[in-house]
Design a protein around this ligand. Structure first.
Ligand code: GLN
Length: 475
């Protein structure tokens, strides 16, 4: 097996048994990036020197026969909206094109404590707004399974890097599907944790009541390892809380009640996607799980509510990029107001400007009640839908996306059709639930992701349900 094919578990074993060194592992990935990333464009920054010196430290520990943590020496890629001290953090935007992170995000601090080797920072839709990674100010990332297609977004760089074996695992962020959609499009595993399970400190804010950082990996087991490493209460994010330790749950699949929301299988879903998803559901049924149709009646309102709430929060969060405090500043302006206006106008891309306008509009006096407040009421109804079905079933199975990875350029001029790609993912963020995107088959050469939605803080369970599928069914 090639070093660049390894999972976290395999790489850890290999390091411990001295089958290869951390330096060899790191070099194999840096070479792979050099060779493959010309086509894929998953990386915005490559951290060659520091990655190698970190790997050297791990080798020294191993030489001293010291016990090493599971993630020690394992090369990871980080979405470029998560701060890594002394590395550029652009959020895919010209406005932060030269911004160097002055400190580590909490998740990075945690990974560094486990001696992770950070390979670099990955491409994303500007400020994580998008579903295709085409909204990056630095160019589009390509899907490793088909270079003329998008990798999904907004964590497209992270998912493509894992799928192209340019790193062992990656971190992404998910506000309305940005971990799960690219994981699905690239045929890798992605976890959006329960809101609050992972600290958001050091994540460049998009919509703070929805944003969560999570792992993108090759297997559900790896996903468990990374989630365990990054989760937990953090004094620097008051919405974070401590959650149960990841352990082997050993539940019986025969006792598992799986709900299939009927609203997720209506018009709009591509027949090839539906076929692969239904076959995956059937596999769980054959393994003995009880399958039951359920209803989430407010599903159709989730997407419109998301596209009011998230831009509203974004318009507030992005007001800090004023051309004065930090980031891009316009070259010529006659007064302060012109600095603000020109810096934002020149620094933000089209989609970001659209979201700021949408958000400012829905929050403005006279429209607030009609848009923002109503969307918040819908959010409560969506949340209650899930609460009710979770009284009857343990988990829900749905597609991640109604469509297969589409072609680069296909939807970029039609924002509404781009927003519709998120119909199956945004309600999970509105409700704050955990959900896994698991590769469950292919339509032709294109991967399809199964979404496993769990009760709050039951990441452990959905990850094990994913593992059962991986073990039983060939990928
Ligand atoms: N595609 C969604 C959007 O554009 C979700 C993005 C995300 O989760 N960051 O808002």
């Amino acid at each position: 097996m090639k070093l660049t094919d390894l999972t976290i578990t395999q790489a850890h074993q290999g390091l411990k048994k001295k089958e290869f060194s951390a330096i060899e592992l790191c070099k194999a990935y840096l070479d792979r990036i050099k060779e493959r990333d010309k086509e894929i464009f998953a990386f915005l920054t490559i951290n060659t020197k520091k990655a190698l010196s970190q790997a050297k430290k791990i080798d020294d520990l191993i030489l001293q026969k010291r016990e090493i943590p599971q993630l020690a020496g394992i090369p990871v890629a980080i979405k470029d909206n998560i701060l890594v001290e002394d590395l550029k953090c652009t959020a895919g935007s010209k406005i932060l094109g030269n911004y160097i992170a002055p400190y580590d995000a909490t998740v990075i601090k945690k990974l560094k404590e486990k001696a992770a080797v950070i390979l670099g920072k990955t491409n994303l839709d500007e400020f994580a707004m998008g579903s295709s990674t085409e909204n990056s100010a630095f160019g589009a990332t390509r899907n490793p399974h088909d270079l003329i297609r998008v990798p999904g977004g907004s964590s497209g760089g992270s998912a493509a890097a894992v799928a192209a074996n340019e790193c062992v695992y990656a971190l992404g962020s998910d506000t309305g599907g940005s971990i799960r959609l690219p994981a699905s499009f690239c045929g890798v595993v992605g976890l959006k944790p329960t809101y609050g399970a992972v600290s958001r400190y050091g994540l460049i804010a998009f919509a703070s009541s929805l944003d969560q950082i999570g792992p993108i990996t090759k297997t559900a087991q790896d996903c468990k390892t990374v989630f365990e490493a990054i989760k937990g209460k953090d004094g620097l994010d008051s919405t974070s809380i401590e959650t149960p330790k990841i352990k082997n749950l050993k539940f019986k699949i025969e006792n598992l009640r799986i709900g299939i929301p009927k609203e997720y299988f209506v018009k709009g879903i591509e027949p090839e996607v539906e076929k692969v998803i239904k076959a995956a559901i059937k596999k769980y049924e054959e393994m003995g799980a009880r399958i039951e149709e359920v209803s989430l009646p407010h599903t159709e309102y989730a997407n419109p509510a998301y596209y009011i709430i998230s831009p509203s929060e974004a318009s507030a969060n992005l007001s800090r990029y004023d051309g004065i405090k930090y980031g891009y500043s316009t070259k010529e302006a006659k007064d302060l107001m012109e600095i603000y206006l020109k810096s934002k106008g020149e620094g933000f891309g089209q989609e970001v400007r659209r979201r700021i306008m949408l958000g400012t509009y829905s929050l403005s006096s006279g429209y607030y009640e009609a848009y923002y407040l109503r969307a918040q009421k819908v959010r409560t109804l969506v949340k209650e839908d899930f609460k009710k079905v979770f009284e009857k079933v343990d988990v829900l199975l749905t597609p991640v996306s109604p469509v297969l990875p589409f072609k680069i350029g296909e939807k970029i001029d039609d924002p509404l059709s781009m927003y519709l790609v998120d119909v199956y993912t945004v309600s999970i963020n509105l409700a704050g639930l955990p959900a896994l995107s698991l590769p469950c088959g292919k339509a032709g050469h294109l991967p399809v992701g199964l979404q496993i939605i769990g009760k709050p803080f039951e990441e452990n369970k959905i990850l094990e349900i994913g593992e059962i599928f991986e073990k039983t069914c060939q990928r």
